[in-house]
Design a protein around this ligand. Sequence first.
Ligand code: ADP
Ligand code: MG
Length: 477
Amino acid sequence: MNIRDKLFFCIFSVSIVCIVASMAISYVVFTRSNGIENQQKIRNKTKAITTALNYAVSKENLTQDNIKAKLENKIKEIADINNQNIEVYSLQGQYLFSNQEKKGNEKKRIPPYNLKNLEKTDINIKSTDPVSKRKYICSFILLRNNVFEPIAIVHYDSSIGKNIYWETFYQYEREILVGILCIIIICFISSRIIANGLTRRLNDIAKTIKETDITNKDFKHIKYYKDNELGTLINAYNSMITQIEDQKEQISYREKNEAWKEMAKQVAHEVKNPLTPMRLLVQNFERKFDVKDPNIETKVKQLTTSLVDQIDAISSVATAFSEYTKLPEKKDQKLNIHQETKDIIRLWNDQKEISLHSNKGNIIINMDKSYFTRIMNNLLKNAIQAKDDNRKLSIKVSLEQIHHKVNIRVEDNGIGIPENRINRIFEPNFTSKNSGMGLGLTMVKKLIEEYKGEISVTSEEGIGTTFLIQLPMGNIS
Ligand SMILES: Nc1ncnc2c1ncn2[C@@H]1O[C@H](COP(=O)(O)OP(=O)(O)O)[C@@H](O)[C@H]1O
Ligand SMILES: [Mg+2]
């Protein structure tokens, strides 16, 4: 069971328990108060009958023998007024008469235990009718004549109609049930909403965390301003992300520093490299110098050619380094990159190995022309240098304008880049070539990023390499 269902189940079951408890409590309270009220009703009825009997008895001289003759009509009258069946028994418990005629087995004796306490007080006891099996409360009153001799026992059924009691309760429960059904529906809906709301936030957070790629620059902070447990969790996550960002920045600063140091060493090395042969050459020349030598002119020529070559090598190192370290100030202009690419390719296309495809005749972007030229020159030069000796070189350049972006692809069928190197090719000073400075792609990346573009590479060893540049078109209106 997931958290959402658990939450929903909890809220819903608590609501149900509350409802059932409230019904039970109302049942208990109802039953209790009804019991008290019934007792009061029984007392009132007994009082009314006793008063009426006492009045009737006070008018006559009654004895145990003449009671039926003298009191029967009066009893009928009292029974009528009180809407109550009344039976009269002898002191020994024998049936004498009642307001209704009774047949055979209805004229029963009163069980003797009922009579014991009658001297002192009236008796109301719960009893079961032997014929109809109906439960009822039977009441007994000891009847005395006007000189206070006991003469008979009066018996009647004083129970209050149970049906009325239950009907009232059912009516009450029926009405309350409608209300409770509404509450259950509200509980059901609100518990679903609360559970969904809570878990939706959790799912959002999980999604953001999943999308966060710490190898990327793209960190997302989660916006949540409420001060609760979720807020604490999100704050912890956000501060963790800030820490990672800080650390990445520190690492990248350190890496850059390292790279610069490496490059300084490399430049020094590249400059020193030609100096040693130059020194040897000059020393050698001095040692063997002979003015009379008939070939002296040729020898001087050879020396100067070698020296100029080495000087050129040093100069090219210096040029590459200075090109990398300072970008010229960019002068944005409307550039038809389709036309520009055609012109650049023409310079490199010795054996017609480079083809160009474009999804539009003119693709105009806002960019410095020298930037674009340097980017394309570097990519094409690399592609040509990557030629695989086993097959004819083929380079495909494609331009594609999609909405406000252009995709530039340079695809070759060269030697490819091994997997363990591909992540390092944009680093300054990374090269696999003897003559390379490893600055070309570093500069290309820098130039592209100046225009808020991106460059990515895919490569397969022995098959070829594809560079993809995505550039925004910029403000060309
Ligand atoms: N098209 C390509 N095919 C294969 N390897 C490539 C390609 N382009 C670049 N590389 C690899 O990336 C490295 C860095 O390239 P770059 O920065 O231009 O420096 P350089 O060309 O001076 O070596 C190259 O040495 C090479 O190993
Ligand atoms: Mg290069």
